[in-house]
Design a protein around this ligand. Sequence first.
Ligand SMILES: CC(C)(COP(=O)(O)OP(=O)(O)OC[C@H]1O[C@@H](n2cnc3c(N)ncnc32)[C@H](O)[C@@H]1OP(=O)(O)O)[C@@H](O)C(=O)NCCC(=O)NCCS
Length: 168
Amino acid sequence: MADSLVFEIYRKTPEHVGALREISTLWRGEPGGFWAFDKVIEALQRPAIKLFFVANAGENRWQAAVLVDVGPYSADLLYVYVRPELRRSGVGRMAMENLFQWLANPPDLLSSKLAGSAPKEELLLEVRLSNAPAIALYESFGMTRISVRKGYYSNGEDALVFKRRIKI
Ligand SMILES: CC(C)(COP(=O)(O)OP(=O)(O)OC[C@H]1O[C@@H](n2cnc3c(N)ncnc32)[C@H](O)[C@@H]1OP(=O)(O)O)[C@@H](O)C(=O)NCCC(=O)NCCS
């Protein structure tokens, strides 16, 4: 199933804005819900914040989304989210594989000011200590725990910080 999926960068088309609104609403309704739609839109005003969709080839229906903050030396993965009914079918893995590929050679950054030190060196992220599916996904990509941030989340939960070189 993951073979028929494409990884595409967010553009401000009505389809993409609608997809983002849907993701934001779905995730806000789940435990550990992330930013509301308006906050993601606000974040996307910064050129370094990039959003990707995983969609069915030839269709606009999204399956997953990835939000990343691309700095000059490292990138921070802000989130990876898979539509709930599609989990455990390889979509998250496909999203991570494509993210690493894009970071290793980000085509739309090469002609921009952000291109300075592209390709980026490391991918970093924080994840809730209780988020076993995400931790297993990151570990399956060879990401390693580098520290714990005590009480990082608003409910007091700790964050684990993971890191991996982009090119290995
Ligand atoms: C984490 C998440 C993105 C995984 O997406 P997914 O499409 O279900 O993942 P995949 O099917 O590609 O699985 C890839 C690997 O991740 C791990 N994994 C995924 N779900 C898992 C689960 N429920 N339990 C244990 N391991 C899991 C496994 O290592 C799996 O490899 P395997 O299938 O060979 O065992 C998805 O559960 C999700 O969207 N969760 C809500 C949002 C979230 O918490 N995001 C991360 C924090 S920002």
